[in-house]
Structure formats: structure tokens, C-alpha cells
Design a protein around this ligand. Structure first.
Ligand code: 9MR
Length: 408
């Protein structure tokens, strides 16, 4: 028997022992659940947490991959449409809505007893072509864009009224420290679409977007959602988390109906790791403002030699270290969320490398392998880590979730 096979046999023996232990638990006090038999949604529910995934509508509908569909249904208690609720999908032709794919998504979620994170109402990206062109060539001016956004939010939120748990009302409105100018601001690089979108709408648009959404649905939880806000930096002009915190604090002080902050959680193993307490501290600072939080788009990618095939040509030792680093990143975000009773949901941005956005996005150098299951649906260390964390979580440090009341 090779070393590797011996290790596998040892794990199997431990799993069998744990299963037997769980069955005869009553005499010896509480035992952790046997995770291999339980879904992520079931394990998370022990603390009232919702465990979610972004759903690729084409993969879900396609009969060619029934495993994808059955895993979405069985593993997750909340779902986010990866693309079908974006403006470009809902209003590809100006003035004509196409609700088909988004309605199907919401119906499937209801059938599977899943809560829906609506994604996304206000974002400079994935706008319909007619709108992007109008912003770029100046044929749509500020007042026109504002009127279009008001109508869009009103129509979309009203269409799904009562069916959405959390709406990402405003997404990625804030610049990154590597952009120009480097001080964080509403918008992005000078001259970019992101900056034009922000400038045309003017500084009050974030507050207005939340007010318009609230007017169209009194019950949905309304979120600001962004990446790279998992932990605070130095608090200076390049600290994106600080900027978003100050923004949310101002909105709350003004009585704007913002109910939550979504921390996306797109992590990458080559950039070093956060730690549980730093992320927990950031979540606590947000929830101290009176808002809920959620991890909304978690994945933890790595540099690969071939984006299409993360395992190709890479040495086993590299793969092992990479997979452990990825698992650690999931662990940090999940523990931080569990530790805050106002952290309502933990959503991964796809659960299998088979349909992940990562290899399409990061090509030079190639990155991939960010999901809990690999492209052949084999569980990765990240999955085992997440299952273990959920199984071990409970009082006194991990408390049942506190439902968030929509702010009027
Ligand atoms: O996963 C989405 C991918 O299919 C799209 O091509 C891409 C286009 O911008 O958007 C991806 O989802 C993004 C999400 O909507 C907002 N946060 C970042 C996500 C990854 O880019």
C-alpha cells in the first residue's frame, strides 16, 4: 500500500468511526454531526445561517448535467442569479422587458424552499448595450440616466415584490486603490465607464437607489455589495473598507433604507490571507451601524498553469499547498460570518470549477480552482473545511442568526 492509499484508508476508518459515534451519541454527550451525510444547507441551518450559491441559469436548465441541478437544489438554502437579473438580461431592448429567465429562476427557488438574493439593481457593468453606448457617446445625459435608473429599479423590484429576500441595490460603486486617482471615491479610473456612470448620476444616487427600491418593496432587505471590503486597512484615503463604512454610516444617519452590507469575498491565494479576527472585526464594525451583513460571492482562486485544467502539469505538492490555502480562505470568511449573529448568509459564487467565472476572467496569468467542488464534482479541501466549520459551530460563540428588520 502506498503512503497515499494508507492515508485514504485512515480517513475512511475515521469517518466510519465518527458515523458510529454519532449514532450512539446520547450516552457520551453531544457529538459533531457526520458531515459526509449532510448538506451545506442542513449544516448551516443549525445556527440559522443560510448557505447559498450563485446559479448559472444555462447549466441549471440544461438536461446535459443533472448533477449540477440536483446539487443546487439539495446543497443550498439561498440562491443568487449569476447573470439573469442583471439589467442587460432584463431589458436587452430599450423599453421591452424580458422576464423569462429571471422568473424561471425565482420559481425554481420557491420550489426548492430557497431564499433569493436579487442581484443586481445598480451597477455600471452588464448594462444593456443601448445604455452603455448612450453613456459612452454622451447621448444619454445625467437627468436621463437618473430617470432610467429610477424606472429600472421601480419596475424590477415591483415585478419581484415579495419574492426577494435580499436585494443588491447598489453594487461596486467605489473605486480601487490601484485606480486613478488613488484615493477611494465613487466611480473608478478617470475616464472609465465606472466613473462616467457615477459622475452622470451624481453623489446622491446611492441614497436614491435605496429609497426607490424601498418604495417598490417594503419587505426586501436592501444591500450595498462590494469586493475587497473583507477587512479594514490603515483607515487612510486608500482604504476601501473604510470608505464603504463611512458611506454606510452616512446613509444610516440620513435615514436611508439600507439594511445590509454584502462583502463579496472573492479571495486569491497568491495575495496572502486575512485572518478570522480581522474579518470578524470588519463585520462587527458594519453591524454596529445597525445593518446586517452577508458574504455574497465567496471563492478562493489560485494561480494555475492552465486555467481550463487547474490540475494540469502542476506538481502534486503545489496542488496540495494551493488547495490548503484556498480552504483556509473559506475558513476565515465562514468563521467570521458565524461569529456574528447578524451575518445572515454565506453565498459562494458558483460551487463547481466546471462553471466558474474565474478562468474566463483571469487569463494572464491563468487563475482557477476557486470553488468547493472541482470540475468533476469531486469535493475539495475547501468543502471539507467548510463542512467541518459548520458542524463545529454553536453556542456560546456562535449564536442563532438575528433576523434583520427592513428599514422604512
Ligand atoms: O459571474 C459573472 C460572470 O458570469 C459575468 O461574465 C461577469 C461580468 O461582469 O460577472 C460575474 O459576476 C460578478 C458579479 O455580478 C458582481 N461581482 C463580481 C462577479 C465576478 O465578476
Amino acid at each position: 500500500m502506498t503512503l497515499r492509499r494508507m492515508a485514504t484508508a485512515g480517513v475512511l476508518a475515521a469517518v466510519v468511526a465518527a458515523t458510529l459515534g454519532a449514532v450512539s451519541a446520547s450516552a457520551g454527550g453531544p457529538r459533531p454531526p457526520a458531515t459526509q451525510d449532510q448538506s451545506l444547507r442542513g449544516l448551516a441551518a443549525r445556527n440559522g445561517l443560510y448557505f447559498g450559491t450563485a446559479v448559472d441559469a444555462a447549466a441549471y436548465a440544461g438536461a446535459s448535467d443533472p448533477q449540477y441541478t440536483s446539487m443546487v437544489d439539495s446543497q443550498f438554502s439561498t440562491v443568487t442569479p449569476e447573470n439573469v437579473m442583471k439589467w442587460e438580461s432584463l431589458e436587452p431592448t430599450r423599453g421591452t422587458y424580458d422576464w423569462t429567465a429571471a422568473d424561471t429562476f425565482v420559481e425554481n427557488a420557491a420550489r426548492n424552499h430557497q431564499l433569493v438574493r436579487g442581484h443586481v439593481l445598480t451597477w455600471y457593468s452588464q448594462l444593456p448595450g443601448w445604455l452603455t453606448t448612450g453613456i459612452q457617446d454622451g447621448s444619454i445625459d445625467g437627468p436621463q440616466l437618473r430617470a432610467l435608473l429610477h424606472k429600472h429599479i421601480t419596475d424590477v423590484v415591483a415585478h419581484f415584490r415579495g419574492k426577494i429576500w435580499q436585494w443588491d441595490v447598489v453594487n461596486e460603486a467605489v473605486s480601487d486603490p490601484w485606480e486613478t486617482p488613488p484615493a477611494i471615491h465613487l466611480g473608478g479610473n478617470t475616464g472609465s465607464l465606472k466613473q462616467k456612470f457615477a459622475d452622470l448620476l451624481g453623489p446622491g444616487y446611492v441614497a436614491d437607489a435605496f429609497r426607490w427600491a424601498r418604495a417598490a418593496d417594503p419587505k426586501a432587505l436592501l444591500f450595498y455589495n462590494d469586493y475587497n471590503i473583507e477587512a479594514f486597512g490603515d483607515g487612510g484615503p486608500g482604504d476601501k473598507t473604510q470608505f464603504v463604512y463611512d458611506l454606510v454610516k452616512r446613509l444610516r444617519a440620513q435615514g436611508v433604507p439600507i439594511d445590509g452590507v454584502g462583502s463579496q469575498g472573492h479571495l486569491s491565494t497568491q495575495y496572502g490571507n486575512y485572518d478570522v479576527l480581522a474579518v470578524a472585526d470588519a463585520l462587527r464594525r458594519f453591524t454596529d451601524l445597525g445593518v446586517a451583513v452577508a458574504l455574497t460571492e465567496v471563492d478562493a482562486r489560485s494561480l494555475t498553469k492552465d486555467a481550463a485544467d487547474p490540475a494540469k502539469d502542476a506538481a502534486g505538492a503545489d496542488l496540495n499547498a494551493r488547495d490548503q490555502a484556498s480552504a483556509y480562505n473559506y475558513h476565515v470568511l465562514l468563521q467570521a460570518c458565524l461569529l456574528n449573529a447578524h451575518c445572515l448568509s454565506f453565498t459562494v459564487w458558483g460551487f463547481t470549477d466546471k462553471y466558474s467565472w474565474i478562468p474566463n476572467w483571469f487569463k494572464n496569468p491563468p487563475e482557477g480552482s476557486g470553488c468547493l467542488w472541482d470540475a468533476a464534482y469531486h469535493p475539495k479541501k475547501s468543502l471539507r473545511t467548510v463542512q467541518g466549520d459548520l458542524a463545529a459551530a454553536g453556542p456560546p460563540l456562535v449564536q442563532p442568526r438575528v433576523p434583520q428588520k427592513p428599514r422604512r
